[in-house]
Design a protein around this ligand. Structure first.
Ligand SMILES: *Cc1c(COP(=O)(O)O)cnc(C)c1O
Length: 362
């Protein structure tokens, strides 16, 4: 591989598209005749305003975001949204959450600080290896929203179809599947995604929120920074934004458009994940941990028969130039994160390596 780079299966921060990194390198010392690096620019300058405006427009084009939705670039990562969502959307102080893994669990714990939380479905009974049936949830009439984590990064489960919210607003944490496939934004009241999984550098979250959910009448104790209105009214520049992350994400948005948008990306992701899952289904040594219909296209956890063998395989993959395959401690085993920017070649090379390992050690 070019530049001595390796196949990096990290769950996040994660691999980026090489053409994007090359473009960033080429613009590093002097961004388009400005005489400065983007890192050195005032966020109030014309040249930077164009960067953020284009980033937003390209994202709108990619996802076909309707005009009645705002796009916000906010700091604090996806974790800050665990608090901002209930602080801003709980009018009646009641919300429903579906518990499908570590990240929805964290969101639930945070939301409980602000109101009454109904966990309306959970897959805890089988260590979050599936998505519970959400066709007929017990949702109180006064619930302000229904919350899901659309792809559980640690447990490797994803939603084949969205829950029936019975007319309530749907809120989704899309951090680890953002832009991995087409998305019908009008199905949601609010979507957010920490960008370091599937888009760009860490330290920023993209929030897509329906305008009528942006409130004027928040509890006065809510910090100014934590109100969506603050960010919406100020074009994501109430304070200094994460200028660098916005610039890098903008490049990724353009790159995705250039390769055919989200439909094309989705096809590639299906194709890539299939290589890995076909192998897991045929292997005697390795097996996937998630029920088939809920398997993530982005995060693929798998195990051997023992923790000792898992550790040996992780060490062997690392020595062979495949990094970050150790599974999260709550699932154990291994995990291959195969986000948008992971080439199919990388997955094929990994599968070849694992096949060979199994043949020699099985
Ligand atoms: C990584 C992740 C988070 C937390 O993101 P931070 O940017 O570290 O706050 C939240 N939700 C999901 C689904 C994630 O994958």
């Amino acid at each position: 591989m070019k530049y001595g780079r390796i196949y990096n299966f990290s769950a996040g921060p994660a691999t980026m598209p090489e053409p994007v990194l090359e473009e960033i390198r080429d613009e590093m010392m002097n961004y388009r005749g400005s005489g400065m690096c983007v890192m050195e620019m005032s966020h109030r300058s014309k040249v930077y305003q164009q960067i953020i405006d284009e980033a937003e427009q390209d994202l709108r084009d990619l996802m076909n975001i309707p005009d009645n939705y705002k796009v916000l670039f906010i700091q604090g990562g996806a974790t800050l949204q665990f608090a901002m969502v209930p602080m801003n959307l709980m009018k009646n102080g009641v919300a429903c959450y579906v518990e499908t893994g570590s990240w929805s669990k964290k969101a639930i714990a945070e939301a409980k600080k602000y109101g009454e939380v109904h966990v309306v479905a959970s897959s805890k009974d089988r260590n979050y290896s599936y998505i519970p049936n959400c066709d007929d949830l017990d949702i109180p009439d006064n619930a302000d929203y229904v919350y899901i984590c659309e792809n559980e990064t640690i447990h490797g489960v994803t939603w084949p179809k969205l829950p029936n919210t019975k007319g309530h607003i749907l809120v989704s944490d899309q951090s680890s599947m953002f832009l991995s496939k087409p998305c019908n934004v009008s199905d949601y009241g609010l979507i957010y995604a920490g960008v370091q999984k599937n888009v760009g550098p860490a330290g920023m979250v993209v929030v897509i929120i329906r305008e009528d959910l942006i409130r004027e009448d928040l509890d006065p104790h809510v910090p100014i920074y934590m109100s969506y209105k603050t960010h919406a009214d100020n074009g994501s520049m109430y304070n200094t934004p994460n200028c660098w992350a916005i610039y890098c994400c903008g490049k990724v948005f353009k790159y995705l458009k250039s390769i055919g948008g989200l439909e094309a990306m989705y096809k590639m992701n299906l194709d890539k994940a299939k290589v890995m899952y076909d192998f897991l289904d045929s292997s005697k040594m390795f097996k996937g941990t998630v029920d088939k219909e809920f398997r993530s296209l982005m995060n693929i956890p798998f195990v051997t028969e023992s923790a000792e063998l898992d550790a040996k395989v992780v060490a062997a993959t690392k020595a062979a130039g495949f990094d970050n395959l150790k599974g999260h401690k709550s699932v154990g085993g291994l995990r291959a994160s195969v986000y948008n920017a992971m080439p199919k070649d990388g997955v094929e090379a990994l599968v070849d390596f694992l096949k060979d390992y199994e043949a020699k050690n099985g």
